[in-house]
Design a binder for this molecule. Structure first.
Ligand SMILES: [Zn+2]
Ligand SMILES: [Zn+2]
Length: 309
């Protein structure tokens, strides 16, 4: 395939898809198992330590908790700081220090999604919280300072300008086309070469203008704007495909981030989970021009996720 410039479905974000033969999935270095054995036996998130910190939410009993949520002790935003207003929480996904998220059973991952929903419900009630980001950093290069499997919620008054811009563009698209741009995208990607998985509730595909190697999105088929609106069965569908995708990313030995964006005051958004492996290092072109070069075409990435490579 010859390199081509592609534009995001709705935002003014551009990428050059420029595949290199050398970076096909089977040429990427094989998984390193020492990644799992290097980790120390105990850390601040292990039950022995974290049980001393009062949880804001937990699943399971006192000594046998499954998921444990605490306030971030080094927050960038806080409710008593009008200059940087908001709140941050850390979700410890398992008491077991050695387990990665893709090792957890499907029902455990579904419980984690339910925890995200419960915390979103609690945080959106706080006065002046307009933006709630749920995210996970896995692996050193993607920014995790602790290996014990965890994710975070960042809730603030500040809505990033690119999201306000996206909201406006989604609104305009609906005005002209009478439909949600992402509902249309789901229809389109269900059939095309970037399709990965679909059941009665969710779809997974690699986006047309993927900014990152092996970027993949999971979306509910229903037009719902945030995670609190998902049903129990939708959590399970999400968990099933999320686990499979994370296993595939672990096999590539790539660190990854994933995130849900949620705008409290825009209830017409279509929820998505973006999973972004961090295989490529952004260099001169990206830093200088903002134009990203992605050497893995999303069509190739989709083949990999579908198990065809
Ligand atoms: Zn630990
Ligand atoms: Zn929609």
């Amino acid at each position: 395939m010859r390199p081509e410039i592609r534009k995001d479905y709705i935002q003014d974000k551009y990428v050059i898809i420029a595949p290199k033969r050398a970076q096909r999935p089977h040429d990427i270095e094989k998984p390193v198992t020492q990644f799992k054995t290097e980790i120390p036996a105990m850390c601040a998130f292990c039950p022995q330590n974290i049980n001393k910190v009062k949880p804001v939410y937990k699943k399971g009993r006192d000594h046998g908790w499954l998921i444990y949520v605490v306030k971030n002790i080094f927050p960038a935003v806080s409710l008593d700081n009008p200059e940087s207003y908001g709140t941050q929480e850390v979700i410890i996904e398992t008491p077991d220090h050695t387990k990665h998220m893709d090792d957890l059973p499907e029902r455990h991952i579904a419980s984690l999604l339910h925890t995200y929903a419960e915390r979103t419900r609690a945080l959106e009630k706080i006065l002046n919280i307009d933006y709630i980001l749920i995210f996970k950093n896995n692996g050193g290069a993607a920014g995790a300072s602790l290996k014990h499997s965890h994710s975070q919620i960042f809730a603030t008054r500040f809505v990033p300008p690119q999201l306000m811009d996206k909201s406006r563009k989604v609104f305009e698209y609906k005005l002209f086309n009478g439909r949600c741009v992402y509902c249309d995208t789901i229809d389109k990607e269900s059939k095309g070469p970037r399709f990965v998985y679909k059941d009665q509730h969710v779809i997974a595909f690699t986006p047309y203008a993927s900014m990152h190697n092996y970027e993949i999105w999971i979306m509910p088929l229903r037009h719902v704007d945030n995670i609190t609106k998902l049903t129990h069965v939708e959590h399970h569908s999400f968990a099933r495909i999320l686990k499979r995708i994370l296993k595939k990313i672990t096999y590539l030995n790539l660190p990854y981030n994933y995130y849900f964006h949620q705008l409290v005051n825009d209830t017409d958004q279509h929820l998505y989970l973006k999973i972004v492996p961090r295989g490529s290092v952004w260099a001169g072109v990206e830093i200088g021009s903002g134009l990203v070069i992605n050497a893995i075409a999303p069509e190739e990435a989709a083949k990999y996720y579908r198990g065809e490579l």
